[in-house]
Design a protein around this ligand. Structure first.
Ligand code: KG4
Ligand code: ZN
Length: 330
């Protein structure tokens, strides 16, 4: 089953094509980072307008890359939530019109399921059960997955998402937006033990997270520091605090539920320190670890096509009345 995937939930316009064997034939992402950078965050109105301008060329580019026409497809998968209403609407409306005109089966995909399944794009469906950590700019949640489509949310952030904390701290440090990857880069040569930042809700809150206290601690530190601490040390110390909490909570959930495999996905899973810490922790605990290759960590349409294709293969179809759901849960 050849499937076209479309993703437009936030500030990436993306389209991808999977072939009859589930192999990636096209992966096109138009990032709006440059557009939103000067505002220090995503401006919803600008995002939807940009999606509207980009959706056709992005989908055309993906089909061209795959060397297939719309008539050669057997299905369309599109993100229906969670995300920004206006952004989601552009992708869903476009997908619906293609499905109608070319008489193709349509399936709506939960963006978070896309992230969770991203490590399996190139290696085939996972074994269950698994513990999944989704860490991105908009989400930080822990899940227990017992089968494809069967997810229980164990805990979430009570304030900022981990990626949001990275971006806010990067902004405080004058690194621009989005700054997660820049903090990652600086951390490579910094001392993670230079400053002992608070580990939010490390010993309480169950499987919930909190990162706003850490962000405030960095702000307070910077106000007193007067540029004394090297940015590398500051970045590495902040990153170490985020990583320690994420690893600790995920591993303790896996132990508690006696689950031998861990999935870490979403934009922040591209982080070098996080990847290394999870590799170490899973090796010590004798657990299997699945993290997507970096290009599938941040928002893309391949993960949407992949999750949608699984659903289409299971016989799932959505009607053309399908609507977006900005607060869709997994
Ligand atoms: O998954 P994603 O593209 O979008 C959402 O669904 O939110 O995640 C984007 C987030 C941003 O906050 C970005 O700063 C962060 O992922 N990010 C990183 C790294 N690369 C991207 N954070 C830390 N280290 C990185 N290498
Ligand atoms: Zn995402």
């Amino acid at each position: 089953m050849w499937v076209l995937g479309i993703e437009s939930s936030c500030d990436e316009t993306a389209a991808a094509v999977l072939d009859a064997d589930g192999r990636v034939r096209a992966d096109v992402v138009h990032s709006q980072d440059a557009l939103h950078a000067r505002y220090g965050g995503v401006v919803p109105e600008l995002a939807s307008r940009e999606h509207l301008a980009r959706i056709r060329p992005v989908v055309s580019a993906a089909l061209q890359e795959a060397g297939i026409g719309l008539e050669g497809l057997q299905g369309i998968a599109v993100t229906r939530g969670p995300g920004l209403v206006g952004s989601l609407l552009v992708g869903l409306s476009f997908a619906k019109s293609l499905a109608l005109v070319y008489d193709l089966p349509l399936v709506g995909v939960n963006h978070l399921e896309g992230h969770l399944m991203a490590p399996f794009i190139e290696q085939g469906p996972p074994d269950f059960p698994l513990i999944g950590l989704i860490v991105s700019g908009g989400h930080t949640s822990l899940y227990l997955a017992t089968a494809f489509g069967e997810y229980r949310c164990l805990g979430s952030t009570r304030d900022d998402a981990a990626g949001e904390a990275f971006d806010k701290v990067a902004k405080l440090m004058g690194l621009g937006y989005p700054g997660g990857a820049r903090i990652d880069g600086l951390s490579l040569t910094g001392n993670p033990a230079a400053i002992r930042f608070p580990r939010g809700m490390m010993a309480r809150g169950g499987d919930d997270f909190s990162f706003s206290g850490l962000k405030t601690a960095v702000l307070t530190y910077l106000q007193r520091d007067h540029g004394q601490t090297p940015p590398e040390d500051l970045a590495a110390s902040f990153q170490a605090a985020v990583v320690e909490v994420l690893v600790h909570k995920t591993m303790s959930a896996a132990r508690r539920h006696r689950v031998p495999r861990v999935v870490v996905s979403g934009g922040v899973s591209a982080n070098t320190g996080l990847r290394a810490a999870f590799e170490r922790a899973c090796q010590e605990a004798g657990m299997e670890l699945f993290i997507p290759p970096r290009r599938f960590c941040t928002d893309n349409a391949v993960m949407i096509a992949w999750a949608g294709r699984q659903r289409l293969l299971m016989g799932q179809r959505d009607p053309l009345e399908l609507t977006v759901s900005a607060r869709l849960r997994l």
